[in-house]
Ligand binder design. Structure first.
Ligand SMILES: NC(=O)c1ccc[n+]([C@@H]2O[C@H](COP(=O)([O-])OP(=O)(O)OC[C@H]3O[C@@H](n4cnc5c(N)ncnc54)[C@H](O)[C@@H]3O)[C@@H](O)[C@H]2O)c1
Length: 310
């Protein structure tokens, strides 16, 4: 007997769903019975040269339960229009996956404001706009007795750990994790969950890494072997009614799934009153108490440079 489908009758909206990890997510949600809006304008890694045919082709290949939304998600009104398309075509909005992102890397001392703004607009402001646009309907649906919705934000180890030259990208992804926590809290009473996933998978982005040293070359070779379907499997679970986690930060790298810690106070010292202690004296206490507990400056590429399990 066939296992029942996990997402029968559910309606999903996946940004950046025409390619790479997003396409794998779209295919997995669709295979589990969901109807899917593929919101993707088909831009380059840096966010240029839009091509709407990529999302249209992906939707056509899936058939009836898929539709393309090809506007730039950074444009005013695009988020509302994407949600309206889901509701108009498929009657609801149950699952939102914020996966679209662009990269414009530069060392901080060479970074350009325009690049910063485009990356923040795509990777952080657009996910905010989509959640602001979708969450009202998701709450109303839950109040009306429909199974509560599921939100997954695709973040990056670069935003959690840091990486050279990725000021804008890492900042946006760190912000998206902050957004994940607040959205999880704001929607908890409706039973809607919101989680963040840091993926590792072979896509055109991994293919474009220009290794600056041997460790990075090794990382690239390893990452290039990881099919995005592993990310899609985790996102499918988190998008289903079987998932109860919310506000959590997970990672997925082939068969390995990670639960990340979240910033909490690690250690505390109580300084003297201002009248009695100067800055240097406080520094001495901190050095004695904190030095062994500091976080080193390893990049995410260094931390996750192990052999993938496939
Ligand atoms: N590949 C990895 O190993 C890896 C690692 C860490 C994080 N990620 C994250 O995973 C997600 C997917 O990455 P990927 O490697 O598949 O990237 P990708 O570049 O292959 O796909 C991203 C998609 O988003 C779309 N997009 C970009 N800007 C858009 C906009 N304004 N409106 C609509 N669509 C837009 C693009 O057209 C593209 O199809 C991203 O959030 C990325 O930051 C990937």
């Amino acid at each position: 007997m066939m296992a029942p489908l996990l997402l029968e009758g559910r309606v999903a909206l996946v940004t950046g769903g025409a390619r790479g990890i997003g396409l794998a997510i779209v295919q997995a949600l669709h295979a589990q019975g969901a109807s899917v809006v593929i919101a993707d304008n088909g831009v380059s890694i840096g966010g240029d040269d839009a091509d709407p045919d990529i999302a249209r082709t992906a939707a056509a290949e899936l058939g009836e339960r898929a539709v393309a939304f090809t506007s730039d998600l950074c444009e005013p009104g695009a988020a509302e229009a994407a949600v309206a398309l889901a509701a108009g075509r498929f009657g609801a909005i149950d699952i939102v996956v914020n996966n679209a992102a662009i990269l414009r890397d530069a060392f901080i001392f060479k970074a350009q404001r325009d690049d910063w703004q485009r990356v923040l607009a795509t990777n952080l402001h657009a996910p905010f706009a989509l959640l602001a646009a979708a969450s009202g309907s998701m709450r109303d649906q839950a109040k009306a007795g429909r199974a509560p919705g599921r939100i997954v934000n695709i973040v990056s180890s670069a935003g959690l750990v840091g990486n050279l030259g990725q000021a804008a990208y890492a900042t946006a992804k760190a912000g998206l994790f902050g957004l994940t926590r607040v959205v999880a809290m704001d929607l908890a009473r409706s039973g809607i969950t919101c989680n963040a996933v840091a993926p590792f998978a072979a896509t055109r982005v991994t293919a474009s890494i220009q290794p600056a040293n041997e460790a990075q070359a090794e990382y690239k070779t390893r990452a290039s072997r990881i099919p995005p379907a592993y990310v899609a499997r985790l996102v499918t679970f988190l998008s289903s009614g079987a998932n109860t986690f919310s506000g959590q930060l997970l990672g997925v790298r082939g068969r390995e799934v990670f639960l990340f810690s979240q910033p909490r106070t690690l250690h505390r010292v109580v300084g003297d009153t201002l009248a009695r202690q100067d800055a240097l004296a406080l520094g001495g206490v901190l050095e004695a108490e904190f030095t062994d507990r500091l976080t080193d400056l390893a990049t995410d590429l260094e931390l996750f440079n192990t052999e993938p399990l496939l």
